[in-house]
Design a protein around this ligand. Structure first.
Ligand SMILES: [Zn+2]
Length: 396
């Protein structure tokens, strides 16, 4: 008998835990660590593109951009500015004023980085080429809503600052660094040489800590964020075969998230006008633990928190109530993710994340973030809950 089915229609359910785990393995095990702008991040994009083509999705738009390959620059360059400023105090009062300004600018730039805003000093870092991959699945009928699904392809380093002992202090540590830069600025302007020297010494210690944190190898990123990419691939397959009636869906595989949300900022730079009013749903580390939505994100300083918009919360809450078996609820989480860029630039957005019983995402920026530590059922829950959320919106 001849099979006359359109080959765009999946013959097996693309949202099973096993199917999703296959995608995650291809990325986190076969390809492995995927630093922003490196060849392996590019290989991850090739895998995504090839997989989408096999589903019958031909149009995959690449949006290339330049990026640093580690976030050390985002924290390190303000320090360089601040230390440079401290040295200027030797040049009398004009040097002190200028040094004070540089110190103030350093504190402000550190705050920007901790808050998920663009870091202008990144331009001085060595640049590599990364890209976003964008797929659009238009609604079958008259479009009433637009959703953007986000998952990043790149991976971070194994970081001591994310150990169980230290991660609870992440936001406080960055705030202390900012305070040091601001205090250095004040000490200079008032001309207190001893205070300036003490703060300079403390800053050198801060730089040393940042450099130590930069020595870790890049991680496989099975949970962060091959898990989310896998879910988006499964959803692309499902939605391409059965588009929603009134909802246009953009599926965006971003590059260079771990170095300062460069991919999502680039997406908004080019497509921001078209996406105003869209619901952004960011999937982060959904491969293990209890699926939750982030009701409040800390950012990476005590002055950097942000939250999803009320409409997105209402949408996710309605879905959670209609599907109690997912047991999804809102949690306050220490994290900085693409939702920061989305929210700070005035868009609607919410983040779905898997949380362990201790309230943290599993194996975050640790070398234990490997394929063997993913739970297929967690992947499946994330993909199916995301689909259910899209269907809730579509029925409106
Ligand atoms: Zn991530």
């Amino acid at each position: 008998m001849v099979d006359v089915r359109d080959n765009a229609v999946p013959t097996v359910d693309p949202l099973t835990g096993t199917a999703l785990l296959d995608h995650a393995s291809a990325l986190a095990y076969n390809i492995g660590p995927r630093p922003a702008g490196h060849e392996t991040e590019n290989r991850a994009r090739s895998y995504i593109r090839k997989t989408l083509h096999a589903m019958g999705i031909e149009e995959v738009k690449a949006q290339p951009f330049q990026t640093p390959d580690t976030w050390g620059y985002a924290l390190g360059t303000p320090f360089a500015l601040s230390l440079g400023g401290l040295i200027l105090s030797r040049l009398g009062w004009p040097g002190r004023i200028l040094g004070g300004l540089l110190g103030g600018a350093a504190a402000y730039l550190t705050w920007r980085a901790a808050s998920g805003m663009r870091q202008p000093l990144d331009q001085v870092a060595p640049q590599k080429t990364s890209a976003n991959l964008i797929v659009r699945i238009p609604s079958a009928g008259r479009p009433k809503h637009k959703v953007v699904l986000l998952a990043h392809t790149d991976t971070n380093r194994h970081r001591d600052s994310f150990s169980n002992q230290r991660k609870g202090m992440l936001a406080q540590t960055t705030t202390a660094l900012m305070g040091l830069q601001a205090a250095g600025a004040v000490a200079q302007v008032i001309g207190n040489r001893w205070l300036t020297r003490a703060i300079g010494a403390a800053q050198v210690a801060g730089v040393a800590a940042i450099l130590a944190d930069e020595r870790g190898p890049y991680v496989d990123g099975a949970n962060d964020n091959a898990s989310a990419v896998a879910c988006l691939l499964g959803l692309a397959n499902t939605l391409n075969a059965n588009p929603l009636k009134h909802t246009d869906v953009w599926i965006v595989f971003t590059g260079a998230e771990e170095v300062g949300l460069v991919g999502v900022h680039t997406l908004l730079d080019e497509y921001g006008d078209q996406l105003m009013g869209a619901y952004f749903i960011d999937l982060e580390m959904v491969g293990r633990g209890q699926l939750s939505y982030v009701a409040e994100h800390s950012g990476f300083s005590t002055l950097s928190s942000y939250a999803p918009d009320p409409e997105s919360v209402a949408l996710v809450e309605r879905t959670a109530i209609a599907h109690p078996s997912f047991r999804v609820s809102g949690k306050k989480v220490t994290m900085l993710d693409e939702t920061a860029a989305v929210r700070r630039r005035g868009y609607k957005g919410i983040c779905l994340v898997g949380l362990e019983v201790d309230g943290w995402p599993a194996n975050w920026h640790r070398d234990t973030d490997a394929i063997g530590n993913l739970q297929p059922e967690a992947l499946e829950r994330a993909a199916r809950f995301t689909l259910a959320t899209l269907q809730t919106l579509d029925a409106d």
